[in-house]
Write a protein that binds this ligand. Sequence first.
Ligand code: G4P
Length: 526
Amino acid sequence: MDLTAEIAKRRTFGIISHPDAGKTTLTEKLLLFGGAIQKAGAVKSNKIDMHARSDWMDIEKQRGISVATSVMAFEYEGMKINLLDTPGHQDFAEDTYRTLTAVDSVVMVIDCVKGVEIQTEKLMEVCRMRKTPVISFINKLDREGQDPYDLLDEIESKLGINVHPLSWPIGMGKTFQGVYSLYDKSLRLFKADKQQLHEESTRFEDINSPELEKYIGESHAAQLREDVEMLDDLYGPLDVNAYLSGDVAPVFFGSAVNNFGVKELLDAFLQFSPEPIGRMLDETEIKPDYKKFTGFVFKIHANMDPKHRNRIAFLRICSGKFQRGSNYYHTRQDKKFRISQATAFMAQDKETIDEAYPGDIIGLYDTGNFKIGDTLTDGDKGMYRGIPSFSPEIFREVINKDAMKTKQLEKGLNQLMDEGVAQLFNFQLGSRKAVGVVGQLQFEVIQHRLKHEYGATCEFAGMQLYKACWISSDDPKKLDAFINSKQRHIAKDKDGKLVFMAESKSWLQMVQENFPDVNFHFTSEF
Ligand code: G4P
């Protein structure tokens, strides 16, 4: 098969949701439909349960589970689907943001009882920034949830995206009958069943036909007719381009745990979702059908075997064909590497692969050569853009507790930062180091891993910091003047970029007003 045909059959997407909305359940059902797993219960949640954890090994085990299921590839109706899992726990949100750089579209799960929740809002912000196409799946229709119109309003107002329902629920909770598919004009009747894949649909072009009453009874039929008329008036046919440009989110309703609405979602997903899309290599857009291989690392998972500090770098292929055994160019290190080991992630098994195509995710065994954002090419120079660091929310100063292990601490911290566990800022004056994270749990992970993997002991001391702002200016003199006047608050990030460490919101505002020629950025890519 040629490159264009391989690209056309691939779909690479991620599922996002607030914890508990049903992401794991939906993932599992998609894999069941795809024949990648045979029975329910095979996919373990990657949730990190703060309350249930008794010791560190639990977290480690849970991290292990999340890596095992972090990429799941399966075939469905001739298509190769790459499903990227995202950590549900908010403390690992940055990991999720980075994973979203490697997908071409997203399915967003919303609990119909709880509506749009905070984590979904944050994740959607990232999708909006990148204009990622989103399909929404409103889940748990077997429960008494909010009115479907209210849910649509809430998605529009809280998530800042226009919606376009493609299916519509008939009843809800105890009276849930099923959905009417607006886009293929069919009726799908609900049967609560957690095991069977039974989703059947009946073509129903004319919902004014008296046949409808036979299926769903008089009152539901009347309500459905009214709803469909209104929805047709309001929305009309789906503008697929508006979906592809990230402006409109098609919406489906279902109940993942009951396998209901999942096949409809999967079929529609395959019909509308984008094939692998191009990405910016520095200033050049590289299209997937560019003949030469390129790809970037968006995730690094270490500690697969604690005795050997080996890591797996997850690489998204952006163009060309990957061939195991080839020499590829590592653009940051300006060096060629022979890639002799690579794994594909087919459902939950890892298997060695010889070749892979745009949209695919491969795992490269790494002994410390890769950082997040690294680019591999077939000779082209440059780095893939779009994997920014965001300003962390909590900062602590690293205090070395064992002077004999200073080197180990340094090495450990650097490697953990390469993996993106947290961000390290080295202050220009003195040797203070600030670790910035999104959630408290990350400090515990760092401390634990430094001790167990590097033999280094550290403590974290509180720091009065509000944000890390990457700074730039069109006028180098003005930037220098700023740096000189704020020396105690200037640090460098892992790539040596200058960062202003702001102590409070009001102070930052004041500094911004006093230095109008300096730009303050909340992400590292600007
Ligand atoms: P997450 O990955 O988004 O965090 O959510 P997950 O799939 O783990 O689902 C969270 C809970 O919601 C689970 O219940 C799951 O069974 C339930 N759930 C998922 N889909 C539906 C649905 O369509 N209807 C209803 N009523 N419940 C649904 P749990 O009690 O936490 O776990 P379990 O013991 O049932 O697995």
